[in-house]
Design a protein around this ligand. Structure first.
Ligand code: SF4
Length: 246
């Protein structure tokens, strides 16, 4: 329920786990955090977009609210008619915690908006947003629409601090609702991985790139040297073959 503070998984951990179960295991048991330039750009974009939604209950500052306080405040804000917009609403259910970028109240419920600092709606965003909406709904909130806000590639910065036209919004409710049907199973499978004493045995491969995995040095160090060299040769060969085909 919304008031629960016991969680193992988050949206990010689930998306990592769907890509590589070993990555999820490291996230939980031996984490390395990554404050990349890309992440900082995403945060700046988010701030610009949020400004357009006006006054809101903002739960994004973790030094102001512990997770359990943010969950409680989200719960209260949803039942209070005075709060119209919530930034970073916290929801926890079935050992999983999610934070929704923007919730906006309407007459019948809430519109969910997720912000992506990208010029296109990538397929993985639908899965990512379905995790948010699945957990939020399971905590009892009525979501009347699910939307994505992303970068308008045609935007031109003409005047100081004028960001009109920087973003595009698309209603993706139907696509997300279809994907939500898989989320319960993902959570159950990944919870078992998270609780394992040892990391799962997964070989390095193309899934370690795009974006590069934080744990690649760790995984390389676990490989016998000859195996790592073999992987390198194999990747180089694949690249050469690809170039020949092109
Ligand atoms: S480096 Fe590759 S195999 Fe290792 S955790 Fe990351 S994605 Fe998984």
């Amino acid at each position: 329920m919304i008031g629960s503070n016991n969680y193992i998984l988050t949206k990010t951990k689930i998306t990592h786990g769907l890509k590589c179960k070993k990555k999820l295991w490291f996230d939980i048991n031996e984490p390395i955090t990554n404050d990349s330039a890309r992440a900082r750009l995403g945060t700046r974009y988010e701030q610009l977009i949020k400004k357009k939604f006006g006054k809101a209950l903002d739960l994004s500052n973790s030094s102001e609210n512990s997770i359990s306080e943010a969950i409680e405040k989200t719960k209260k804000a949803i039942s209070s008619k005075d709060i119209k917009v919530i930034f970073e609403g916290h929801f926890s259910n079935d050992d999983t915690l999610v934070r929704t970028d923007i919730l906006k109240r309407n007459r019948n419920g809430w519109d969910l908006y997720e912000i992506k600092a990208s010029g296109e709606i990538k397929k993985e965003y639908i899965q990512d947003i379905a995790i948010q909406s699945f957990v939020a709904k399971s905590c009892g909130i009525k979501l009347t629409s699910i939307n994505i806000i992303y970068i308008n590639k045609e935007f031109e910065y003409l005047k100081d601090q004028d960001y009109q036209g920087l973003d595009k919004t698309e209603n993706i409710t139907d696509r997300v609702v279809v994907e939500e049907q898989n989320i319960n199973q993902y959570i159950e499978t990944l919870k078992k991985v998270a609780k394992k004493k040892l990391s799962p045995e997964i070989n390095m491969g193309s899934h370690c790139n795009n974006p590069p995995c934080n744990y690649s040095n760790k995984c390389k160090s676990l490989l016998p040297k000859t195996t790592w060299e073999y992987c390198q040769i194999s990747v180089r060969r694949k690249k050469i073959n690809l170039k020949r085909k092109i």
